[in-house]
Design a protein around this ligand. Structure first.
Ligand SMILES: C[S@@+](CC[C@H](N)C(=O)[O-])C[C@H]1O[C@@H](n2cnc3c(N)ncnc32)[C@H](O)[C@@H]1O
Length: 414
């Protein structure tokens, strides 16, 4: 049954009942016996009708109430579901918050630990810094003391130097260091360099042997006739090169002999020790570069002086031959070319052309593995020599520049 017919049937029922109650009340009024019955019956019928109405309306209200209650229950159920969902979200948020809070606490603890470590490291650093500061102070103090000592020593050294300076001209005069810029002294650094050269040349010498050779050269010059036209250091260097010659009977050619002091020294250092040592000596013996007499000794430059110096040192005549002439003379070149040499020493004509000629014509007489020495490299008075050597070193040839000691350039033939 639909709602319309339901309501209609209920209204109809109530109307029927009302009509029936009225009919009963009328029936009691008209048909009842006595007034009381009529009134009571009619009132009773109306009362029953009224009660029925009340009950019926109450019932209707109850129905409505039930419906409302059901709606309220629905609303409540919905609300409760929503609240439960919200609550779940709140719980979830709470859990996350708790996690974040835990992490934050952990981070805080870590920060606390790190801070503690940093503090301890900082205090250790501070201690170390204080130690270093103390050490530095101590060292600065020591340095100050040393500076004071050095200043004191330096003042004393200054005084000694002043004294030495006043002695220096006499010492230099005694050593002959002022003669033509060819020092007779052997400086400490030169001595050390010569020892290094000796090692490089394959000689196993002690440093005092270098000093001995220098002393011997000075003695040969002083006790001989004439002079050595080189510094003592250069003279010792030439001797070291001659001592290093590998041939069993080493042959030496010297162009420009002057007084033969170099030849006498080589005899003494090599000839006396190595059997078969031989020297070929080329010089015109016509004075010293245009002057009849040597400008230092005042002596004439003669073949006899050289022979005297060699003989004085005990060199037998068969250990040397003198070619009295210029290196440019054909007969001299021819005579010199009769043999090959372990060492050719160019110290004659100091012009560019002169050195070029000598190296060009006598260089080829050097044996393979032999050496070529050229004097006066870098000497202010002989620019032609320096120019030639610089070009010779830069150009292509069989001769390798081994090095230059002082004024002597050394080349080795490949
Ligand atoms: C610097 S001295 C030689 C010094 C000698 N070597 C020494 O160590 O004591 C130069 C000599 O070369 C000689 N001379 C100059 N031109 C020459 C040449 N073309 N050939 C050979 N000797 C020459 C000079 O007569 C002089 O005696």
């Amino acid at each position: 049954m639909n709602i319309g017919s339901h309501l209609l049937s209920r209204r109809l029922g109530r109307s029927v009942l009302l009509v029936a109650a009225l009919a009963v009340a009328v029936a009691f009024l008209f048909l009842g016996d006595g007034l009381v019955t009529k009134v009571v019956g009619a009132l009773g019928a109306l009362l029953v009708a009224a009660m029925f109405k009340v009950v019926s309306e109450t019932f209707v209200q109850l129905k409505r109430l039930k419906r409302h209650m059901s709606q309220v229950a629905d609303v409540l159920t919905e609300s409760s579901t929503a609240i439960r969902s919200d609550l779940a979200k709140v719980v979830e948020s709470h859990v996350r918050l708790e996690e974040v809070a835990n992490q934050t606490v952990e981070s805080l603890q870590e920060v606390q630990r790190t801070t503690a470590n940093s503090e301890s490291a900082l205090s250790r650093l501070q201690i170390r810094f204080e130690e270093i500061e103390q050490q530095t102070h101590h060292q600065i103090e020591q340095i100050h003391n040393r500076i004071e000592t050095v200043e004191k020593v330096s003042a004393e050294t200054g005084a000694v130097l002043e004294r030495l300076k006043s002695l220096s001209p006499d010492v230099r005069l005694l050593m002959g260091n002022r003669i033509s810029q060819l020092p007779r002294s052997l400086e400490f650094d030169q001595s050390a360099q010569l020892l290094e050269w000796a090692t490089q040349l394959g000689l196993n010498l002690e440093s005092d042997v270098i000093e001995y050779l220098a002393r011997k050269l000075l003695w040969i010059e002083a006790s001989g006739v004439g002079r050595l036209a080189a510094s003592t250091a250069d003279g010792v260097f030439r001797a070291l090169v001659a001592m290093s010659l590998s041939d069993e009977s080493p042959a030496v050619l010297e162009i420009g002999v002057l007084f033969g002091i170099n030849a006498a020294f080589l005899w003494d250092t090599v000839g006396l020790v190595v059997p078969g040592f031989h020297q070929t000596l080329i010089d015109p013996f016509e004075g010293y570069y245009g002057e009849t007499l040597d400008r230092f000794t005042g002596l004439p430059v003669t073949r006899e002086v050289t022979e005297t110096n060699l003989t004085r040192m005990g060199a037998p005549p068969e250990t040397w031959r003198i070619l009295e002439g210029f290196s440019t003379d054909d007969w001299v070149l021819q005579a010199a070319s009769e043999r090959a040499y372990d060492m050719v020493f160019v110290d004659g004509d100091h012009s560019y052309e002169g050195v070029s000629f000598d190296v060009g014509h006598y260089g080829p007489l050097v044996k393979a593995g032999g050496v070529l020495l050229i004097d006066d490299y870098g000497a202010p008075g002989w620019p032609g020599v320096t120019q030639f050597i610089d070009e010779f070193r830069a150009g292509e040839s069989d001769y390798n520049h081994v090095g230059t000691f002082n004024r002597t350039a050394l080349f080795k033939r490949s």
